[in-house]
Design a protein around this ligand. Sequence first.
Ligand SMILES: Nc1ncnc2c1ncn2[C@@H]1O[C@H](COP(=O)(O)OP(=O)(O)OP(=O)(O)O)[C@@H](O)[C@H]1O
Ligand SMILES: [Mg+2]
Length: 261
Amino acid sequence: MDLANSCGEPMIELIGCCKSFPGQNGRKTVAVLDAIDLTISDRELVCILGPSGCGKTTLLKLMAGLLRPERGEVCIDGRPVQGPGGDRAMVFQNFALLPWADVLTNVAFGLELRGVTKQERAERARALVREVGLEGFEQHYPHQLSGGMQQRVGLARALAVDPRILLMDEPFGALDAQTRRQLQEEFLRLHDIAPKTVVFVTHSMSESVRLGDRIVLLTSRPGRIREIVPVPLPRPRSPDLETDPTQTALKEYLWQRLRAG
Ligand SMILES: Nc1ncnc2c1ncn2[C@@H]1O[C@H](COP(=O)(O)OP(=O)(O)OP(=O)(O)O)[C@@H](O)[C@H]1O
Ligand SMILES: [Mg+2]
């Protein structure tokens, strides 16, 4: 199953991307990603699902321009990615908040780098803090927040720069089931209001089905694309879809495919 998505024009293209890292202490090179070909459309939400260590974070970093492929090319709107850019923002696997800065400063961080005035930074950061449900915690520091709250700060910080592309690395992975579900629904609501092109890495089959337009299944290292599975569920995604037979069948299908190794 590999259907083209009808969201929009091709936006992110990975063409034959390979990446390896030098081995430590004279060990041989570790091949991490092998010949990745992937086209993501404008405003599409693509989930990347694959075993631990298969290269998911590496794949996002290639799209972010934080790493360069050894072979192949990453293009955005047909132009090769040369490095990080204001069109992309990444939500990191481990929150990556500034521990010495309060919530507002963390959210406004990317804006400062982009030369937005102090007053505008404060206004935008306050609005986003409200948007992600953290009103009243503006002056709290990361160590005073729960994991879920820290992840909300990470999301607000990525949204603050109003990127066209959101690269999300297991953003809800460290959360308890209830908080995770709540954040998924809030994220879907934000995505319905202002759709962006989203690449969302997850370990969770349910999460990928709940959120994605398509699911990219990777093999274990070196990561290759095993299959691209379209999710034929309408948007906005209703929470009642949980018991929808299509959703149940899709999760079972993913499980069978991943179990096959
Ligand atoms: N900067 C680096 N230097 C050397 N090796 C690296 C580097 N970054 C990643 N690797 C190696 O690349 C492989 C893939 O790492 P990556 O973080 O992309 O996996 P992942 O699929 O995101 O895993 P997880 O699901 O556990 O987050 C691992 O073997 C890792 O050790
Ligand atoms: Mg990772």
